[in-house]
Design a binder for this molecule. Structure first.
Ligand SMILES: Cc1cc2nc3c(=O)[nH]c(=O)nc-3n(C[C@H](O)[C@H](O)[C@H](O)COP(=O)(O)OP(=O)(O)OC[C@H]3O[C@@H](n4cnc5c(N)ncnc54)[C@H](O)[C@@H]3O)c2cc1C
Length: 473
């Protein structure tokens, strides 16, 4: 019996790859999944009506690179090819991404030409950042914050107006705390190995590419040929975990919903006891934990306090999500992906996504306001109500987007500790966690967004890697 702990994307993908690798058939191994709630999909949640879709968690997926193509392979295999809504490079959601600075919305350059022009709020054309990188000396470091790295190589304006809001958009975090390896591992290595980013790019071009080979599905090939920027799923992203759940059910994985695990007891190297809230236990020969690291930390504390402590050191942030629907036929926003607010603006909001531009089949105007993240407690306090977040979001929408229409429908969610923060030293910490598990011969593998990447593609790829590693052991 192998157990999967947690039925979010990480747990469901683990089930998918265990089945694909024929683990259950070859080893005559029964698979079961334990999920604390009555829902499979974790943070992926869509509210669908005939007029609009409110995404409470993720909404878009990137198709690029091996990990992006891997997700497309999975989507085709699950029969979801026809549900994909691609956003191609000429779509406004791909071309127009804005930042809100000094009470003004500015579009970020989206073409090579734009890099040579002066674009406010930047005081010089972005090409000057490249000269800065060539001039700056190398600084030898093991890790650094992404803000420090970008400021050092490309200048303060790029760090403040391009990277800091991007980090807010990806992980609701503070670029001054997040590890450079989170987004710019290769660029950081160029600095460390070659003395600068541009120097590293030139040297690696001379060396030639070393691309990982991955067999591509028709869907992945289409995404490459048509150069998709991002994509979403018609009918809401929830369609994705729903298809995965069905795949697991069809292949005889036992799904136990409303089953919260309270404690993990490692009996020996091939037996684990999972204690449930109702006092009963289940046993397994191996577990794949996809629950967030701060939860796993509590489950192992009795037997492995050192492991528990390492797991508890990965910080998480809380995000407020306010989805808004305006029924008017006339467009209330310009066509764009939306805008982000750099932290130096000290705004109560992180940014706004223009869903009616990115997600197909929506009537009227649909917006999602994101609030808090790294600054949730200091801005709103831990006990803030949904009503208060709604008021704040509406005030900002009216002031920034000049929308005076009445809201026809809305939803507010407070997603407690929903995004892990890969702060400086994260990757060393994860190595130490996995080393501990290996040294103690504990029958547990770690998957989910706490360890190997916070996005959908990362979580799926991490599940694939962990399962394949176990198969070849
Ligand atoms: C607001 C928001 C927006 C995002 N936007 C994007 C985006 O646009 N694109 C993108 O690529 N990514 C995005 N992400 C990231 C993406 O949603 C996550 O990477 C992914 O959903 C994480 O899945 P997971 O399985 O690791 O974790 P989770 O979704 O947290 O799943 C963990 C599961 O474990 C269960 N569980 C917890 N404790 C127990 C227990 N004791 N016993 C049993 N079960 C338990 C939980 O109920 C949950 O179902 C976003 C995330 C958030 C929060």
């Amino acid at each position: 019996m192998a157990a999967i702990l947690g039925g979010g994307l990480g747990g469901l993908s683990t089930g998918y790859y265990l089945l694909k690798n024929n683990i259950s058939n070859n080893n005559n191994l029964k698979l079961f999944l334990l999920e604390a709630t009555d829902y499979c999909g974790g943070w992926i949640k869509s509210i669908k009506t005939k007029d609009y879709i409110f995404e409470q968690g993720p909404r878009t997926i990137r198709p690029r690179g091996a990990i992006g193509l891997n997700t497309l392979n999975m989507l085709q295999d699950l029969g979801l090819s026809e549900h994909i809504a691609a956003i191609k490079p000429d779509h406004p959601a791909a071309r127009n991404r804005m930042i809100y600075v000094n009470n003004t919305l500015y579009s970020l350059p989206s073409s090579l030409k734009g890099v040579f022009q002066k674009n406010e709020p930047f005081s010089k054309p972005l090409i000057y950042a490249a000269f800065n990188d060539l001039k700056q000396p190398q600084k030898e470091l093991k890790d650094d914050s992404i803000y420090n790295f970008v400021e050092r190589r490309f200048g303060k304006e790029i760090a403040d107006y391009a990277i800091s809001p991007m980090i807010c958009g990806i992980c609701a975090g503070d670029a001054k705390e997040i590890s450079v390896k989170f987004l710019m591992k290769t660029l950081f290595e160029y600095e460390q190995n070659y003395g600068g980013v541009i120097k590293g790019v030139v040297k690696s071009m001379l060396k030639g590419k070393n691309e990982e080979s991955l067999e591509l599905s028709e869907l992945a090939k289409r995404a490459q040929e048509e150069k998709w920027s991002i994509y979403t799923i018609k009918g809401g992203l929830e369609t994705f975990p729903a298809a995965m759940k069905q795949y697991l059910k069809d292949n005889n994985v036992d799904l136990y919903l409303n089953t919260k695990v309270e404690e993990i007891d490692f009996v020996d190297s091939s037996m684990v006891r999972l204690k449930k809230t109702n006092g009963e236990s289940m046993t397994a020969t191996h577990i794949y934990s996809s629950v967030p690291s701060h939860i796993l930390s509590k489950l192992v504390i009795k037997q492995h306090p050192q492991l528990s402590e390492l797991l508890s050191e990965i910080p998480f942030v809380t995000v407020g999500i306010v989805n808004l629907y305006f029924a008017s036929d006339k467009p209330l926003i310009e066509p764009a992906f939306g805008f982000l607010v750099p932290p130096i603006e000290n705004s109560p909001i992180l940014g706004v996504v223009f869903d009616s531009c990115c997600i197909p089949d929506q009537k009227g105007t649909v917006l999602t306001v994101m609030l808090g993240g790294r600054w949730f407690n200091e801005k709103f306090g831990a006990d803030v109500t949904k009503e208060r977040l709604y008021e704040i979001a509406m005030k900002e929408i009216k002031s920034i987007l000049k929308i005076q229409d009445k809201v026809a429908a809305f939803n507010v969610s407070i997603l407690n500790k929903c995004i892990p923060q890969y702060v400086i030293g994260h990757y060393d910490r994860v190595n130490r966690i996995r080393e501990y598990i290996q040294n103690k011969n504990l029958p547990i593998s770690l998957v989910g967004s706490s360890y190997d990447g916070v996005g959908i593609n990362d979580v799926i790829y991490s599940a694939k890697t962990q399962v394949e590693r176990d198969v070849t052991k």
